[in-house]
Design a protein. Structure first.
Length: 317
C-alpha cells in the first residue's frame, strides 16, 4: 500500500485538529504532513501567499521523495457570519494562491485529492425548500456564504483544469464538540455560560432550527469517502436532525442541572442567517453520526468544567 501524505491547512483549528487526529484511523497508511507551525495571516495577504508558496514547494518535494499519494484539506478559516468582508476575501485569495501553487507543481505531485471544508448554512442562505440537499439552489445572504460559494467553485474548477485529482466539497452543518480554547459554536458558548455562571447572548429567535454535528463525526464523514473518491463531488456533512435553539437550551439545562442565562439581543448580522435549516444528503451514505446530541453536549460541559477548574475557577457544575 502506498503511503499517503495529508496536508491539513487549519490543523490548529477546531475541525482541522480533529481531522488530523482521526486521519490514520480512517485512511490506512495516511499521516498528516508536518507543515511548519505558522498560521495564515488574514491581515497580510502577501505574507500568506509567500508562506503557502514555500509550503507547497516542500510538500511537493516530500510527496515525490516518499512516492506517496496525497490529499490537501483546506480547513482554514478567517471567520464566519459577521466577519468583515475584507478578511473573508483574504481567506478566499489565500486558497486561490494555494491552488495555483499546487498546479505549478503538478509534475512532482502526480495524482491526488483536494478537500474543501465549506458551510452548508452559509452557501444555501435563504433557500426555502426543506430539507436541503446537494441539489438545492444556493442563495447566500452573507459575505461569509458568498465567499464559501466562490471557494467551492475555485476547487471544482481547479480539479477540472489541472487534472490532478478530484475535489470533495464538504458542506458542513453546525459543528460542536469539546474545546479547551475558544468555545465552538452555540453549544460551546451555552455550555461555558452554565459552567461559569455567565449570561450568553443569542442573536436569533429561539425557534431557529439548526443541524448540530459533533466534530468527530464530521471529521470521519469527510475522510470516509476519500478512499473511493474518483470524481469531484459536493457532499452534505450533517446529522440530518434539526433542533431549535430553545430545545438546545433545554437539553443543556437538563444535563447541567442548571438553566442557562440567555439574553436575547438584536444585531444586524442575524439578518444574514437563515431561520430554519434541515439537511438530507443524496450521496452514498457515510457512517451515521455516532455521538447523539445529548451525549455530545455532556462531553462539552465536562470539558468546559475541567478547563474552568484548571484555571482556578470555582466549582460550577
Amino acid at each position: 500500500m502506498r503511503p499517503e501524505l495529508a496536508w491539513v491547512l487549519g490543523r490548529g483549528g477546531f475541525l482541522g485538529g480533529w481531522i488530523a487526529r482521526v486521519l490514520s484511523g480512517e485512511i490506512p497508511g495516511a499521516r498528516p504532513w508536518p507543515a511548519l507551525p505558522r498560521p495564515l495571516s488574514w491581515s497580510d495577504p502577501a505574507r500568506s501567499a509567500s508562506g503557502l508558496e514555500e509550503e507547497a514547494e516542500r510538500f511537493a518535494d516530500d510527496v515525490r521523495a516518499d512516492g506517496a499519494s496525497w490529499t490537501v484539506l483546506w480547513c482554514a478559516g478567517a471567520g464566519g457570519i459577521g466577519t468583515p468582508p475584507a478578511r473573508l476575501d483574504a481567506e478566499t485569495e489565500a486558497l486561490r494562491r494555494l491552488l495555483d501553487a499546487l498546479g505549478r507543481r503538478s509534475e512532482r505531485l502526480g495524482p491526488g485529492k483536494l478537500v474543501l471544508a465549506s458551510s452548508a448554512g452559509g452557501v444555501y442562505g435563504d433557500s426555502s425548500e426543506l430539507p436541503l440537499t446537494e441539489d438545492s439552489p444556493c442563495r447566500p445572504i452573507s459575505a461569509y456564504g458568498r465567499n464559501k460559494l466562490v471557494q467551492e467553485r475555485l476547487c471544482l474548477e481547479w480539479s477540472e483544469r489541472t487534472g490532478l485529482g478530484p475535489a470533495l466539497v464538504a458542506r458542513i452543518s453546525n459543528l460542536y464538540g469539546p474545546s479547551r480554547g475558544r468555545p465552538a459554536g452555540l453549544v460551546g458558548r451555552i455550555a461555558r455560560s452554565v459552567v461559569r455562571h455567565e449570561a450568553v447572548h443569542v442573536y436569533v429567535p429561539m425557534d431557529t432550527l439548526r443541524d448540530y454535528l459533533h466534530v468527530r463525526d464530521a471529521a470521519r464523514a469527510i475522510l470516509g469517502p476519500l478512499g473511493t473518491l474518483s470524481a469531484s463531488e459536493v457532499r452534505l456533512v450533517a446529522s440530518g436532525q434539526s433542533t431549535s435553539i430553545g430545545s438546545l437550551v433545554g437539553m443543556v439545562a437538563r444535563i447541567a442541572k442548571r438553566r442557562p442565562r440567555i439574553v436575547l439581543a438584536s444585531q444586524p448580522r442575524h439578518l444574514e442567517q437563515p431561520l430554519r435549516l434541515a439537511f438530507r444528503s443524496l450521496r452514498d451514505p457515510w457512517p451515521p453520526p455516532s455521538v447523539p446530541l445529548p451525549e455530545g453536549i455532556h462531553s462539552v460541559i465536562r470539558a468546559e468544567l475541567a478547563g474552568y477548574q484548571e484555571a482556578g475557577g470555582r466549582r460550577g457544575a
